[in-house]
Design a binder for this molecule. Sequence first.
Ligand code: BG6
Length: 512
Amino acid sequence: MIKISEPVIERGLLRKCTVDLKELKVEPFTMIIFGGAGDLSKRKLMPGLYHLFDAGDLAAGFSVLSFGLPQKDDNAYRREMLGALSQFDAAPGEDKWEEFSRNLYYLPSRFDDEAGYEELCRKIDKISVPDQSYRTNIIFYMAVPPDMVPLIVGKLKKFNLCKGPFNARIVVEKPFGVDSRSARELNRTLVDAFDECQIFRIDHYLSKEPVQNILFFRFANFVFEQIWNRNYVDHVQITVAEDIGIEHRGGFYERTGVVRDIVQNHMLQILGLIAMEPPVGFSADYVRDEKTKVFNSVRIMEGADIDRHTVRGQYGAGAAGGGPVVGYRQERDVAPLSLQPTFFAAKFHIDNMRWAGVPFFLRTGKRLAKRITEICIQFKQLPLRLFGTPCDPNILVFTIQPDEKISLKFGVKYPYSIDEIYPVNMVFGYRDTFQVKARPDYERLLLDCIKGDLSLFVRQDSVEAMWQIVDPINARWESTPPKDFPNYRAGSWGPRQAQTLIEETGRSWLTV
Ligand code: BG6
């Protein structure tokens, strides 16, 4: 009889993870959204909060107060948010909305007006519901341009809203600064008012179910972890391709560019999850420790290496969504001779024992051929050719969006052939298997923040380590202006040099 081995040990880490998750529950809370009448609120936060309410997740009690301009009263705000839901999500049921919107309030004030903060203190007293231990849980959500954050945090501190009588949390959206120096400065402002465990830095990529699945796939399956290293992996590719342009955000993009918008945060976070060591446990700091180690091990490129191993691009006119589209320089609020890159590709190395010698190719851009986010792990070639035809290497693909799936490519015998190998895919499709759509990004993050679970939020040391990887690239690119912009057609796969970058190593982009 075959003896099935016992699980090695029931590790404390698993128990810890379960206990941690169970202990965190939704308490009554008050969310103050600075800029609560703005775009982020309308597109993401309000639909997210409404769905949580509709699903019964906010039954403990809550209130949401928008702080900012323009002038309006509670009722006008409620009507505006109802309109936003209908426009960006789906029209809510009348009774449900009525019940939900009774908890929405509006406080018109400039962010620098201290009378507004005095009123805020009075409002909090009036609208907040204490939890069972008589604490008032407050979440300050910064849905404002990044340069407003220090001003608001300073006022919150002055009015004793950060620690003092409240159980307070602050949510900050990316970008966290524009380089390591400004990220440190922003952090000084934040930690002067809040403790690190009160600070929730959002990267919405971390809340995507298929992104979270990377850790489950890696650490819940014995087989793959054994081959997840330089001995078996030939190289890794991460593609975050968008078919949209910069939409209505010309001003923002002119200040930001592709590296600060996508690479420094979303892409490096994915790289961290793919490359990290197994964490001691799955609570926030264990996972964040391991990711930070990866960022600290990424080889920093300098000077000519940057020219050799990175590619920048900017889209010109072309076609997307079945019709012609303008180039970046013709978009609203963009300078006619702008040098801002909208495309990035690079070859990185992670100098640690697991990954030494394995190239990581990253590629992202606006107005590319299609919208797709994918991670491809190509394994090494077989050392022997036993069959007539050469075998394709095995490739493991995590498709994050738009169709969430994981697939493994391998070879089988072609019917009736003698020695022909035929490549096939074994596929796990998220929707087919679970018959549900993946939870929208912001819903999960809002819920975690309400519960106080920091696992999916970014820690300051990671933020700084990620900046250290991209700072030299930004500096090099800014000091050597490109001569060929725009250098790719909207609707294509980016500049030709992005193909060369990978093809000169004998490989090719797998996401097409
Ligand atoms: C945001 C960027 O963080 O992510 C946008 O600012 C980008 O430029 C967006 O379009 C992409 O997110 P998603 O979830 O649509 O892939």
